[in-house]
Design a protein around this ligand. Structure first.
Ligand SMILES: [Fe+2]
Ligand SMILES: [Fe+2]
Length: 177
């Protein structure tokens, strides 16, 4: 019997459930975060940590208007999705949440978040930008880091963060840098 299907399955699984960022990446990320922010970062699932390190690496490589990004920009890159931690949804639940939003509309999220069990988790997940901003405010983060967590899926004309920084952060988040 061929072992190839097993191989393929392993490869698939490792792409869906990646491990934590390398120690080197974690140490690098930590240099941009306060102690409380490092604690929030450490509570995120491995996939989210890797995504945010990837965004931060892209932002650092690209720079903002020809200069190295300010420290708050790096912290914003590393923590923008931190609110996802609150819902505690599995990758499967996240897919369901995203599809539910497409069907029920974003306004359903508030009602769902007041429900119980899985429905509540879905509702919380859909509100993660606001929840992330709350977590960061409590952690005493820079107000622009707080703002970016809340605003990173909003159209540019609703940003309070400076546009040059916001644009670089948004492009990096979309994997377009
Ligand atoms: Fe996000
Ligand atoms: Fe993101």
């Amino acid at each position: 019997m061929s072992i190839r299907p097993v191989h393929r399955a392993r490869r698939f699984l490792s792409s869906v459930v990646p491990g934590r960022p390398s120690d080197q990446d974690l140490a690098w990320a930590g240099t941009f975060l306060t102690e409380d922010e490092r604690r929030l970062f450490a509570r995120m699932p491995a996939t989210d940590q890797r995504h945010q390190v990837g965004v931060a690496r892209a932002v650092a490589r690209h720079g903002v208007e020809g200069a190295a990004p300010a420290p708050w920009v790096m912290a914003a890159a590393l923590l923008h999705d931190v609110g996802k931690t609150v819902a505690g949804l599995s990758p499967y639940g996240r897919v369901v949440a995203t599809l539910s939003e497409a069907v029920g509309g974003a306004s359903m999220a508030t009602a769902w978040s007041e429900g119980s069990g899985f429905t509540r988790k879905v509702g919380l997940y859909l509100q993660y930008p606001a929840l992330g901003a709350d977590l960061l405010r409590l952690a005493g983060s820079d107000e622009r880091v707080v703002a970016w967590a809340a605003e990173h899926h909003l159209p540019e004309d609703r940003w309070t963060v400076p546009r040059p920084e916001g644009r670089v952060l948004a492009l990096a988040d979309d994997g377009r840098l």
